[in-house]
Design a protein around this ligand. Structure first.
Ligand SMILES: [Zn+2]
Ligand SMILES: [Zn+2]
Length: 316
């Protein structure tokens, strides 16, 4: 099968089609999308080498699978089921995990992937495949509510109106929180407002404007400082950015202001699928461009442009 391999450079190679072990299913990839994490990996993040990609919608082709013939999305943490974290029902922090296309596990920029059946979720009737590709990042947006203990009367600042920020802001809009999505350019503020979001230019955020929850999803190393500068004492800083070259921060500010720092990664797929299936979150306007798989290297160049929205790869 064909796959996009990263080994210091990107190339499409012919590799062996995976053979699913017991409890796993072979998924034919139909659509995938490029995430900021993929862009950071090719800058050195995680030191990953192999088949990239973790956001997808596909069809199960293993005849012996209970998902056979079904359209699915898949969670990206492949857990051992035996370690302390797994036994505590936190498989995303499994000590032995592989993470699809990021760490010790083949990715989805390929014709097929073999995944544990427990990672699969059937795409509900009526939800189109292109929207379903957004399940993984939308689940990551939903995760903030779990880890930061968000309440409807919280005031929230979201920094970074990129692919993830626009999803996070949509989820906060549904929560009833007093939220603001900060963007760098007028064009992005206008775009966010066209999605019905409360958005403002970062330059127009006065130095005394602060919130009890600040989310950094800028995707830039300096985002954490911007978000921390706007956080009220005893506030919660939610970090979504992962970069190849992290920034240093002044820990004194965390002590003095008694900040809570929350790292936030993958989230729950079921609520994300419900939000997509019911049309409560709109994702189609976030698609910048679609490329055929054979043009995926060009797709990476396009997706690497600052501020680029979602780039979709068509695999059929
Ligand atoms: Zn992603
Ligand atoms: Zn485990």
């Amino acid at each position: 099968m064909k796959a996009l391999i990263y080994d210091g450079g990107l190339k499409i190679s012919e590799i062996e089609k995976p053979v699913p072990e017991k409890g796993m299913a072979l998924v034919k990839i139909l659509y995938s999308s490029i995430c900021n994490t993929d862009i950071e990996i090719i800058k050195g993040y995680m030191g990953f080498k192999g088949v990239l990609g973790h956001e997808f919608a596909g069809e199960v082709v293993s005849e012996n699978s209970r998902f056979y013939g079904k359209k699915v999305v898949g969670e990206i943490n492949c857990a051992c089921g035996k370690c302390l974290m797994c036994l505590n029902n936190i498989p995303k922090h499994c000590f032995e995990r592989g993470v699809v296309g990021i760490y010790n596990y083949q990715g989805v920029f390929a014709d097929y992937i073999s995944l544990p059946e427990k990672n699969l979720h059937e795409i509900p009737e009526g939800l189109d495949l292109l929207s379903a590709v957004f399940t993984e990042p939308l689940a990551a947006a939903c995760e903030i509510f779990e880890s930061a203990g968000v309440r409807p009367d919280d005031k929230v600042f979201i920094f970074g109106a990129g692919k993830l920020g626009l999803l996070i802001a949509q989820v906060f809009k549904l929560s009833g929180c007093d939220y603001t999505l900060f963007a760098r350019s007028d064009a992005r503020v206008d775009f966010a407002r066209s999605l019905g979001l409360n958005s403002k230019k970062l330059a127009d955020c006065g130095p005394t404007e602060k919130a009890g929850i600040c989310v950094d999803c800028t995707g830039n190393p300096e985002g954490i400082k911007i978000a921390m500068d706007r956080l009220l004492p005893r506030g919660t800083l939610v970090l979504k950015t992962t970069v190849a070259r992290p920034e240093k921060i002044d820990l004194n500010q965390i002590v003095i202001n008694e900040y809570k720092i929350i790292g936030s990664r993958c989230g729950p797929f079921a609520p994300a699928l419900r939000l997509l299936g019911s049309g409560l979150v709109s994702v189609k306007p976030l698609i910048a461009k679609m490329f055929d798989f054979k043009d995926i290297i060009g797709a990476f160049e396009y997706a690497g442009n600052p501020g680029a929205l979602k780039v979709i790869i068509k695999h059929f």
